[in-house]
Design a protein around this ligand. Structure first.
Ligand SMILES: [Zn+2]
Length: 280
């Protein structure tokens, strides 16, 4: 059985999409002094080693949000940032082999059907993941300077309370984590409150659309994505707040109410949004 390769795509100069075997997207940005890893996946394979092949700069870790499939590997980095609003959420995942196995068995056949589940399971490291770091705080308006490469934090709640996008002014890319994938899982259990919060986020992102050319998603897309995803969400959520309703839906990854519109799906009333927690 050959060991699966991590897909790495240079999406802009000194900017790489490092796909965690098509399960989660992480991104590496290099400035003149420092590199930034945006999200770190569920911790399979050896991301830190793959990062070192691309940059010799000291690397800081920045979490777009506190979900286990994005922060599990954060402990490999001495300096890590996250919005404190997601702190509690980040501590609620059973990180490590159990979560990795669960993600691979449920997400693998959907997100990476060409790679056998067994091959993905072989990527789980023998050594346990280092514990989560004490995240340094960041929030709306925080900024990083990687050395002639400023990156701004934009708070974009909806998927989670603390979700943030990162605006890279050099490449004009907006890294969105799970705030604007082709499916949005609304974290707030109160339907209308969650929808209103997400709508405000997409309106805020759209109001700043002249500051970036493309968005970069937290899952699935293996390249930059069109920013019109944001408009699709605005239209869908406005419809949902004006009386439209999705249909109950359960798939291997989620269970809740799903409303499709153009390129996107809005999921709300989630009752198993964190399926791997419920079954662990
Ligand atoms: Zn995710």
């Amino acid at each position: 059985m050959c060991r699966p390769e991590r897909t790495i795509v240079e999406i802009a100069p000194k900017t790489w999409l490092m796909s965690e075997y098509k399960l989660v997207n992480t991104y590496l940005l290099e400035g003149k002094d420092t590199a930034m890893l945006i999200d770190g996946g569920i911790g399979i394979g050896n991301l830190a080693e793959d990062v070192k092949k691309l940059t010799d700069k000291p690397t800081i870790f920045v979490a777009t949000h506190g979900d286990g499939d994005h922060i599990a590997a954060a402990g490999y980095y001495d300096i890590a940032y996250m919005n404190p609003l997601d702190e509690e959420r980040s501590r609620s995942f059973p990180l490590g082999r159990k979560m990795a196995e669960f993600c691979i068995r449920t997400r693998g056949p959907i997100r990476n059907p060409e790679t056998p589940v067994k091959a993905l399971l072989s990527l789980i490291p023998d050594d346990p993941l280092p514990p989560l770091p004490d995240f340094l705080p960041m929030g709306d308006g925080s900024s990083f300077d990687l050395g002639s490469r400023p990156v701004e934090v934009i708070h974009t709640p909806g998927h989670s309370e603390g979700s943030c996008c990162l605006l890279d002014r050099t490449t004009r890319l907006l890294f969105c984590g799970d705030a604007c994938n082709d499916r949005l899982l609304i974290g707030n259990a109160d339907r209308d409150e969650g929808l209103r919060e997400a709508l405000a986020t997409f309106e805020k992102m759209w109001a700043r659309r002249d500051e970036y050319d493309f968005i970069c998603q937290g899952h699935d897309a293996l390249d930059k994505s069109d920013k019109s995803f944001i408009l699709d969400y605005i239209e869908a959520i406005q419809a949902l707040l004006s009386g439209a309703e999705g249909s109950p839906r359960t798939d291997a990854m989620h269970s809740g109410t799903m409303y499709p519109h153009n390129k996107i799906m809005v999921w709300y009333n989630l009752n198993k949004s964190r399926l791997f927690l419920k079954e662990s």
